[in-house]
Ligand binder design. Structure first.
Ligand code: FES
Length: 652
């Protein structure tokens, strides 16, 4: 009689095993992805499986002979103390008695996919650099004098096959009490990522550690710093928070911060201190929200543009302020959190993604990791819009990258009624092409300005200003309604046929909203505002166009707008303005905070770190400042939508 057949789903892996083989053992031998932290001792419950009685016929398994063992004492004890979902068994305790189809639920897979919301995005596969291992360590013995650390290392090798695991003084300090409190059983958090030359014990807990371990994904932007706190075992995001970058007080945009460091003795140090303090404050916030302590956070990944990257690391960014824009390093960086005064677990590791070029940072690398232009079948243009646009163009055949100095206009700065995206800010605008009367929506309110009840619904702050996406929309709508011409000039009331075109010095402005009667602001779109947006969008377009030249193409297959601003921008209005090259509108998508997602991928999957390092090495970097055609493209792109390039899809 042949040994029982076991088929694992969803992998479809199958094999014959002697009666009495634990399911976990069979899974291991077949290379089935089934988790275990306790090494099969019936403690961790990570190995849960589901016998699939309905699946026999499909897999050619004979139902009448199927079976798993009865519940043994260990499994019973686990079920009565902790409970198991109906239908679930512990894979390390249940043994094969006959043919079986066994399903490994997602929670029990080590390399589980953490599903992302967008259909076109790649899923994140769990493969964290730091993991938990439960071990039973031999007790010390007068006959065999060995140290506790050496016996722990031996146990890790014997029970988990982990060779060369190192521990330092801190490990030794916690190990002795932990071993004795846990009656020679401990759980270790072990960092197996690269950079240390060996796996490294980060933390030791007595007995089985009931909690999890956590990591942080940081996106350090010039304007905001965002942080996600993630469970390193489940991949779940437990808390997310953001703060204004306190470096704003040293300069609104990147270059003004670089000049602050050049002009002020100790300027770079002050900005480094500010960003680290903000990061530490954010860690406090997300830890509180996730109900964990800082000490349970054992890893963090940081991404940011080159200036933020240098300042976080305590490197003076002044070399980034002048040609040839030399980075301190373009490689990825691994260090101890304490080296840069980041307050989490005392031995937490930090990974920083590689930078692409002097103006294209680790944030762009993270966007590349999240959006995968290098594995795209069609030619994709990815634009991360901030005070400095980072632009990538590519597909499987190669990726090009550049940055373009758009300035802060897209974020509402240097715009007369401009403000950051916050409740009360106008974010959507429509202008009637016949009457030229506007209607708009503000952040935090579902109603349009001409809906009944708008005043009440908008909240006590009223209409406060206009944010970046609102400015794009209003100027595009002004262009459509003929209030603004191709050169970007706002016409007079007589020329445009609307009283909303009011004189403003020697030029005209468009009155979008007049809240002065109720003590609110008059929101005017001035000629200077239109000019500021023209310059910003021309810089963005010229960068994209330059990459298209280099690639030798006249059009792209799709456009991805990344960044928080990209998430709110309307593709139609962006194209009316000529911010992005002509492309079918349905092919323009938003990737949301792709840099933050890329940081999360690198946090949860250590192989992705190697992947992006190699992708970045292969990206062709284009320096816009030394490309004569950039200037030419820039000048042509000042017109709305463009002086020479066609936008055939806009006309249809
Ligand atoms: Fe830990 Fe089964 S492996 S309970």
């Amino acid at each position: 009689k042949t040994d029982p057949l076991v088929v694992f789903t969803p992998s479809g892996k199958r094999g014959h095993f002697p009666v009495g083989t634990p399911v976990l053992t069979a899974a291991r031998q077949l290379g089935v992805d089934l988790d275990s932290v306790c090494g099969g001792r019936g403690i961790c419950s990570k190995c849960q499986i589901t016998p699939e009685f309905g699946e026999f016929a499909k897999h050619g398994v004979k139902a009448e002979e199927s079976g798993l063992s009865e519940w043994n004492a260990v499994e019973e004890r686990y079920r009565s103390k902790r409970g198991l979902k109906p239908g679930r068994r512990l894979g390390c305790q249940a043994t094969l008695q006959g043919d079986m189809v066994i399903d490994v639920p997602v929670e029990s897979q080590v390399h589980k996919q953490v599903v992302r919301k967008r259909a076109e995005a790649r899923d994140i596969v769990m493969d964290p650099a730091t993991r938990l291992y439960y071990v039973e360590v031999e007790e010390p013995d007068m006959e065999k004098p060995t140290g506790d650390l050496e016996r722990l290392q031996q146990a890790l090798f014997d029970q988990w096959g982990l060779a060369h695991v190192i521990g330092d003084l801190r490990t030794m300090q916690m190990l002795q009490p932990a071993l004795r409190d846990g009656e020679w059983k401990v759980t270790c958090a072990i960092y197996e990522g690269e950079g240390l030359g060996a796996a490294r014990i980060i933390q030791v807990w007595p007995g089985f550690h009931e909690g999890s371990i956590y990591g942080l994904a940081f996106d350090v932007g010039s304007t905001t710093i965002a942080c996600h706190c993630v469970d390193l075992q489940s991949g779940e995001v437990l808390a997310s928070s953001g703060l204004m970058n306190p470096q704003i007080r040293f300069g609104e945009d990147l270059m003004s911060r670089v000049s602050y460091s050049m002009m002020n003795e100790g300027g770079a140090e002050a900005m480094t201190k500010a960003v680290r303090e903000a990061a530490n404050a954010l860690i406090g916030q997300v830890a509180a929200e996730a109900r964990i302590s800082r000490e349970e956070i054992v890893e963090a990944v940081f991404v940011g543009n080159p200036v933020m990257h240098h300042l976080l690391l305590g490197i003076d960014p002044k070399e980034l302020g002048w040609a040839p824009f030399a980075l301190a390093t373009s490689n990825s960086i691994q260090l101890w959190a304490k080296e840069i005064e980041i307050e989490m677990h005392p031995d937490a590791r930090i990974y920083i993604l590689p930078c692409i070029a002097g103006h294209v940072g680790a944030d762009a690398a993270a966007v590349a990791l999240s959006e995968g232009p290098n594995v795209s079948d069609d030619l994709v243009l990815i634009v991360d819009v901030g005070t400095n646009a980072e632009i990538m163009l590519g597909d499987r055949d190669g990726v090009l990258a550049c940055s373009s100095p758009t300035g802060p206009a897209f974020e509402g700065a240097q715009i007369s009624g401009g403000q950051r995206a916050a409740p009360g800010a106008i974010e959507k605008v429509e202008i009637d092409p016949v009457t030229r009367e506007p209607r708009f929506r503000v952040i935090g309110c579902e109603l349009w300005s001409d809906d009944p009840g708008f005043e009440r619904a908008v909240g006590p702050q009223g209409v406060t200003g206009i944010c970046g996406s609102g400015i794009i929309e209003v100027i595009a709508e002004m262009r459509l309604a003929g209030v603004v011409d191709e050169d970007g000039s706002i016409g007079s009331a007589a020329a445009t046929g609307t009283e909303r075109a009011v004189p403003d010095g020697r030029t005209h402005a468009y009155l979008l909203h007049d809240g002065s009667e109720s003590g609110g602001p008059r929101i005017l779109i001035t000629q200077a505002d239109v000019r500021a947006i023209q310059l910003a969008k021309a810089a963005l377009y010229a960068g994209a166009r330059l990459l298209m030249d280099k690639r030798g193409v006249e059009s792209v297959d799709r456009v991805v707008l990344a960044g928080a601003f990209g998430a709110h921008i309307s593709p139609k209005h962006a194209m009316i303005l000529g911010m992005i090259p002509d492309c079918p509108l349905e092919k323009v998508t938003s990737a949301g905070n792709a840099a933050g997602t890329g940081a999360r991928i690198a946090l949860l999957n250590s192989a992705a770190r190697r992947e992006i390092e190699s992708v970045v090495r292969r990206i062709e970097k284009i320096e816009t400042a030394v490309e004569p055609r950039f200037q030419e493209h820039f000048v042509n792109a000042i017109a709305v939508p463009h002086k020479v390039d066609p936008f055939p899809r806009l006309n249809s």
